[in-house]
Design a protein around this ligand. Structure first.
Ligand SMILES: Nc1ncnc2c1ncn2[C@@H]1O[C@H](COP(=O)(O)OP(=O)(O)OP(=O)(O)O)[C@@H](O)[C@H]1O
Ligand SMILES: [Mg+2]
Length: 359
């Protein structure tokens, strides 16, 4: 098989992964939080190798973006990057899509077709949603990972490929293995390098870094004179739990930029779902008093179904003092109207209810 032409003198882009706490940039991905810096540092170390990479993480965290960044920062950058969305293809089609087929291999196979592995020769293949691959194709994929060779569907000729495999999933593959849906041997072959992309809510101030980055981009694309976020909007961005992760943030900022009439985005421009006070992790001891207070205020307000007068009564403060705090947090009471009008808030994950702190 012909090697794609590569200029050995071509200089690789250099990853800027810092160890001084300043935000990192890797192939277009940004991250300043310790959680993200760790991921970007490993990604930059392994980009030059051929080792198979498994990227896991919630939907919208940037798994696809990380796979593209690794390819871009690798010696294969001049070669192809071929993506296969394994969940989007019917079981019968996936195998011939990946490995190609010979003429007459099945009804409708009128001519020989190259598969994605062949097309990715000299480059990278990205198997998105790898957890959706059916068992029969899992066997064939395992063979390629072990031996770098395969046959087209209906063919006898053995093809050898030089392909780096990056796979991604938001499924719990360990659970799929226990349930007999995913081969354990394939799992270990895939996770030679395992990168777990953290959810946005675990990335601290990265949300602001990414929001500023998106704002500049969307303001430029839409020719809008929007220059930043108000303090309250920033507090809301930081407070929100981002169930849709970076994708949700991008969409929210784009929508805010186009609906904003002034030069700053205000909380009401951001189309966010209801705040989840339980998403705030308050660890006691070790939490700041201000964080504990904020958690107590927001949880009580949620338990009071958004009624500021009831919440203020429970908290033993005036309505005015409560409203002052909500403004400070960049939150409006109406965001706390919940379906269940009564019931006390559950303690935050990984934390203890603030009451035990005051004892
Ligand atoms: N660290 C980051 N810096 C800049 N942009 C990012 C970062 N992480 C994600 N993005 C952007 O967020 C969007 C969503 O990322 P992506 O599509 O890669 O997520 P995903 O994890 O593959 O989602 P899904 O599970 O739904 O496939 C993309 O536009 C991507 O460029
Ligand atoms: Mg994706």
């Amino acid at each position: 098989m012909e090697q794609p032409v590569r200029d050995p003198r071509a200089r690789l882009p250099v990853a800027k992964v810092r160890d001084d706490g300043a935000p990192s940039e890797f192939g277009g991905l940004l991250g300043g939080s310790a959680a993200m810096q760790r991921v970007l540092a490993v990604a930059s170390q392994i980009a030059r190798a051929r080792a198979t990479v498994l990227i896991t993480g919630e939907s919208g965290t940037g798994k696809g973006a990380l796979a593209r960044a690794i390819h871009r920062m690798s010696p294969r950058a001049q070669g192809p990057m071929i993506s296969v969305h394994c969940a989007a293809l019917a079981e019968s089609l996936l195998e011939s899509e990946l490995f190609g087929h010979e003429k007459g291999a099945f009804t409708g196979a009128e001519r020989r077709r190259q598969g994605r592995f062949e097309l990715a020769h000299g480059g990278t293949i990205f198997l998105d949603e790898v957890g959706e691959i059916p068992p029969a194709t899992q066997v064939k994929l395992l063979q390629v990972l072990q031996e770098r060779r395969f046959e087209r569907v209906g063919g006898h000729e053995t093809l050898f490929v030089d392909v780096r495999v990056i796979a991604a999933t938001n499924r719990d593959l360990a659970g799929d293995i226990r349930a007999g849906r995913f081969r354990e041997d394939l799992y270990y072959r895939l996770k030679v390098v395992h990168l777990e992309v953290p959810p946005l809510r675990a990335r601290g101030d990265d949300v602001l870094l990414l929001a500023d980055h998106c704002l500049s981009r969307f303001a430029r694309d839409n020719a809008k004179p929007v220059v930043g976020f108000s303090e309250r909007a920033r507090a809301l961005l930081r407070e929100y739990h981002w169930p849709g992760n970076v994708r949700e943030l991008e969409n929210a900022v784009e929508s805010a930029v186009v609906t904003c009439t002034g030069d700053r985005i205000l909380p009401e421009h951001l189309p966010l779902g209801p705040l989840d006070p339980r998403s705030r992790v308050v660890r006691v001891p070790g939490a700041k008093l201000a964080d504990i207070e904020r958690w107590a205020v927001l949880s009580t307000l949620e338990a009071a179904a958004g009624s500021t007068s009831r919440a203020a009564e429970v908290l033993g403060i005036s309505v005015r003092a409560l409203q002052y705090r909500l403004r400070e947090y960049g939150v409006q009471g109406r965001r706390f109207r919940v379906d269940q009008p009564t019931g006390s808030p559950s303690p935050p994950p990984g934390g203890t209810a603030p009451r035990s702190a005051s004892r």
